[in-house]
Design a protein around this ligand. Structure first.
Ligand code: NAD
Length: 247
């Protein structure tokens, strides 16, 4: 049988990359999915390619705390339940610390980290009713630092430890909270690197499996963590990185 028949999931950043692949995977496993993205045209296109009975799209900025009530209400109004929240939307910046403005810092921290708190806070009352689960998209950049990526490293480090904190506080409600920590995955976010053959080779040499990953390979891990197969897993940060973190 399908693993998420009768279940309902919210997936953020569903207009592209890992979020799109995750939304598609949940639908393939029978779930009803609320696809959320800040770019309307992208998320509408993805949702339009899915069965209407199982997909609902919503344009929203995950860094806007107030928008989250609308997001959660969309799931409840349509399907009257919520089983899974995937906090995946994220953004990125790079540069020397002295070149990063406070506004740029806030943009990354709000989008990548505060959004996870806002979403978790809005969804928990409903997830506690279904004994559901949350899966956050952290990063290998949340476990170790990279050169010239300090706001992203700070935000993703926050996502990983917030995941553990939320797991502790919600175990008693039967709600599990986990994260995936992707390594290099070829998406729009990393497109510029894919075009640079030299850089691509240099990156791949640091990955045990010798290549970047596909969004579907991250989606598979997200679905596992959200599924009953992972019933005794909470507070875990699962690397999906071809062995990057092994060294
Ligand atoms: P992507 O750019 O392909 O997709 C991200 C989606 O999120 C886009 O559709 C974008 O419009 C949306 N988004 C951005 N800001 C938003 C906001 N404020 N509100 C709502 N939606 C917003 O990127 P991706 O590679 O699929 O990244 C998804 C997640 O995976 C991010 O959290 C990213 O940090 C993380 N990640 C990616 C990689 C990688 O190598 N690609 C590695 C580790 C972690």
């Amino acid at each position: 049988g399908k693993r998420f028949e009768g279940k309902v999931a919210i997936v953020t950043g569903a207009g592209s990359g890992i979020g799109e692949a995750t939304a598609r995977a949940f639908v393939a496993e029978g779930a009803g999915v609320v696809l959320v993205d800040s770019v309307e045209e992208k998320v509408r296109d993805v949702a339009d390619s899915l069965p209407t009975a199982q997909a609902l799209w919503l344009q929203a900025d995950v860094a806007d705390a107030d928008a989250w009530q609308t997001v959660v209400d969309a799931a409840i109004d349509r399907w009257d339940r919520l089983d899974v929240l995937v906090n995946n939307a994220g953004t990125f910046t790079s540069g020397d610390i002295t070149d990063i403005s406070p506004d740029e810092w806030r943009r990354v921290v709000e989008t990548d980290l505060s959004s996870v708190f806002y979403g978790t806070r809005a969804a928990l009352p409903f997830l506690r009713e279904t004994r559901g689960s949350i899966v956050n998209t952290s990063s290998v950049s949340g476990e170790a630092a990279d050169w010239r990526m300090s706001p992203y490293n700070a935000a993703k480090g926050g996502v990983s430890n917030f995941t553990k904190a939320a797991a502790l506080d919600n175990g008693g409600f039967g709600v599990r909270v986990n994260a995936v920590a992707p390594g290099l995955i070829w998406t729009d976010l990393t497109q510029s690197q894919a075009e640079d053959e030299e850089l691509k080779r240099e990156f791949s040499e640091r990955i045990a499996l010798g290549r970047g990953g596909r969004s579907e390979e991250v989606a598979a891990a997200v679905l596992f963590l959200a599924s009953d197969e992972a019933s005794f897993i909470t507070g875990a940060i699962l690397p999906v990185d071809g062995g990057t973190m092994a060294s």
